[in-house]
Design a protein around this ligand. Structure first.
Ligand code: SAM
Length: 187
């Protein structure tokens, strides 16, 4: 089981990015996400709407204190940071510990407190260049699951995509709805 902890959400400035972090977490195989910073019902609603529509049991939850969450966490802790050890050098060990332990994957926001580096069992760099929490999380989860998450299907989904080379085909539980036919024309 993988839980993501997104630190320091700012309701006004991070609305889109935190939504993206949560959607990446869900789509790439994490089970749930906690966030700290500002409580944001709009963020939770938009993630929950995606779950209602596209399926699965992904949960988003606010926590006022990352320290309490970390203190009570029974599994291992990974902190994604450009200053950590290269992903390639630690991923095998992380996959091994995952056989026994749940994983808490911490991604930061604007500024990350030094203590986070200390509580983490693994500080992991997805390259040593600065980029984005959404990108770091996507790559990390992809390496954890070795690409198998790309084939995940959601049997309870209300909507699902029928892969198509050109059109945009969406199935609504049993029915087939196409925005674009195979000839690419809008219907
Ligand atoms: N200077 C900040 C720091 O303390 O790492 C960068 C903040 S960055 C905008 C937000 C988050 O993205 C970071 O806290 C980290 O979780 C993630 N991140 C950015 N670049 C990363 C990288 N190269 N490897 C792993 N995580 C990264």
């Amino acid at each position: 089981m993988i839980t993501v902890l997104r630190l320091g959400h700012r309701a006004e400035r991070d609305k889109r990015l935190s939504t993206h972090v949560a959607l990446v977490a869900r789509a790439f195989g994490a089970d749930n996400l906690f966030y700290t910073g500002d409580y944001d019902q709009t963020l939770e609603d938009s993630v929950n709407k995606v779950v209602e529509k596209w399926g699965g049991a992904f949960k988003i939850e606010y926590t006022s204190s990352w320290k309490t969450l970390v203190k009570t966490w029974r599994g291992k802790i990974v902190h994604l940071t450009m200053y950590g050890l290269p992903l390639k050098t630690v991923i095998d060990e992380i996959r091994t510990v995952m056989r026994q332990f749940d994983l808490l994957v911490i991604v930061g926001g604007e500024k990350v407190e030094g203590e986070v580096f200390q509580v983490a069992d693994y500080n992991v760099a997805v390259t040593s260049q600065p980029h984005s929490e959404a990108a770091a999380l996507a790559v990390f989860l992809d390496w954890v699951f070795q690409g198998t998450e790309l084939d995940k299907v959601y049997p309870d989904a209300l909507f699902s995509v029928v892969p198509s080379a050109k059109g945009k085909i969406v199935k609504r539980r049993g029915l087939l709805e196409s925005d674009f036919g195979v000839d690419g024309l809008t219907r």
